[in-house]
Design a protein around this ligand. Sequence first.
Ligand code: ZN
Length: 323
Amino acid sequence: MSEKWIVGVDLGGTTTKLAFINNDGEIVHKWEIPTDNTNEGQNITVNIAKAIEEKLAEHGQIKDNLIGIGMGAPGPVNYDKGIILNVVNLGWPDNYPLKASLEAATSLPAAIENDANCAALGEMWMGAGDGAKDLVCVTLGTGVGGGVITGGKVVQGINGAAGEIGHITVIPFGGATCNCGKTGCLETVASATGIVRLARIELAKELKGELSEKLAENGSITAKDVFDAARNSDVLAQSVLDEITFHLGFVLASIANTLNPEKIVLGGGVSKAGDILLNPVKNNFVKFAFSAVRDSTELALATLGNDAGVLGAAWLIKNKLNQ
Ligand code: ZN
């Protein structure tokens, strides 16, 4: 084999995504394994090592062709120490030495980073960031994650908790309870779950229009239903969309007024709604962005989808080698 590969791993609560990625950021092979969080999470890195060995054998490759392994994990990470500080659903104790565990299991040099930061690095390297070194990435999924990159480096913060855009308060009084324990966080409004929650509040006031039909039909509604109905000019769905995009535009303008990034990238499952989400966010953004920021910071949709995490994880190793 002429080229060497980096292993990129995106660790999720139920599924672990893996990929062999070359130095140019091309995904050579990608696959998934279930995440086994039993036994205090002790099987996680062992299973990753096993999956890598099996995949190498399948393709008639040897381990010497792997340069290292980068992994994104769902929780605050101390990058320099290689420790994941606390994570709710993977079974690990607080301050778990994940980098050391990964290195012991795989015999490869490892680097770990928060998963939302990895998504931001992936978009910077191969996606909508298009090489921008000052970039903010907001992941709108089940929750709301964020990654801030300035000068090509992830902003870590003193406790690995920088870039937690999802926990910026947007409803100071009387907001819904967030997974983090606070109330009124952006995540309670702009995540897929938040969007459904807002729609159900409206439907509880008055059962009318396309969304109420969907609810009667399926017994539940999804964030996608809200966007689909808004596309069909459903008044209730439109009012929910107005609320979400106001808060997003406001928060992103405030972040941009602080950092003036080249790009703000919206990713995650909710961002698949496309322009019906992006355009009103932009309209609100320009209202609240300071003029020099408004003229220079661009809002864009993520382009890598589910691959952003593994690519960003691989970038950690590529970047380490180039230092
Ligand atoms: Zn929160």
